[in-house]
Design a protein around this ligand. Structure first.
Ligand SMILES: O=C(CO)COP(=O)(O)O
Length: 256
């Protein structure tokens, strides 16, 4: 499948970091370093930083995303934010199904699917996260697991809507641990996800799908990971909080 046909996307996932004032400072640091990047650049930030991030990135090549959204448009869901609220602000992207949501906040494949549907209905581009725990890798069920996560998350998603879906393969054991998947491991699972998309839709859909790797990607290892034929970008945690490191990864994606 032809990697050159796909859009490389480097997205930062800030997780629960940065106050609005700190967010402004970080974006001001990133902006000049990624201007003119040859790939799409996105920062996914805490809800309270969205307004600041939108203002600070206006007129630049940096897209802004949230880190989650609810599946209903409105209602009695204390503490939740709807996809429509995000689009009303001008937000373009949303991460759905991050392993930290699944692990600490009870997200299931079914609620992930509901959130994906709501996000697409409101016009957002979804960064859908899938990935296995270490025990699952050791059991040899990584392929089945990511295929299942992908299939359930994409239930009811049309082929046309896939142009607004990015899939991020994030092995849970590599997140925040400094333990990166090898380039071969990352590519192998990204290819399995692509095959799954092919099975659900068709070859053209699979070929067009941007599939990122995430999990301790940094300025040093990004080039090798991003050069893999089925790795089309990265979802970056820790390194996205450091402008020079994030910019280095963006540069590697441009070349990969
Ligand atoms: O979870 C991640 C991105 O969503 C990866 O986090 P780290 O890059 O900090 O390992």
């Amino acid at each position: 499948m032809n990697k050159a046909l796909r859009k490389a996307v480097i997205a930062g996932n800030w997780k629960m970091n940065k106050t609005p004032a700190e967010a402004k400072e970080l974006i001001e640091g990133i902006k000049p370093l990624v201007a003119g990047a040859g790939c799409d650049v996105v920062v996914c930030v805490p809800y309270v930083d969205l307004a600041t991030a939108l203002e600070a990135t206006a007129g630049t090549n940096i897209g802004v995303g949230a880190e989650n959204c609810h599946w209903e448009v409105s209602g009695a869901y204390t503490g939740e934010i709807s996809a429509n609220m995000l689009t009303a602000m001008g937000v373009k992207y949303v991460i759905i199904g991050h392993s930290e949501r699944r692990t600490y906040f009870g997200e299931t494949d079914v609620t992930v699917n509901k959130r994906v549907r709501a996000a697409l209905d409101s016009g957002l581009t979804v960064i859908l996260c899938v990935g296995e725990y270490l025990e699952q890798r050791e059991q040899g069920i990584t392929a089945e697991l990511v295929a299942m996560q992908t299939k359930i998350a994409l239930q009811g998603v049309s082929k046309d809507e896939l142009s607004r879906v990015i899939i991020a393969y994030e092995p849970v054991w590599a997140i925040g641990t400094g333990k990166t998947a090898t380039a071969e491991q990352a590519n192998e699972v990204c290819a399995i996800i692509r095959e799954t998309v092919k099975g659900l839709y068709d070859e053209a859909a699979a070929n067009a799908m941007t599939i990122q790797y995430g999990g301790s990607m940094n300025a040093k290892n990004a080039a090798e990971l991003l050069a893999q034929p089925d790795v089309d970008g990265g979802l970056i945690g820790g390194a996205s909080l450091k402008p020079a490191d994030f910019a280095e990864i963006v540069k590697a994606a441009t070349q990969g």
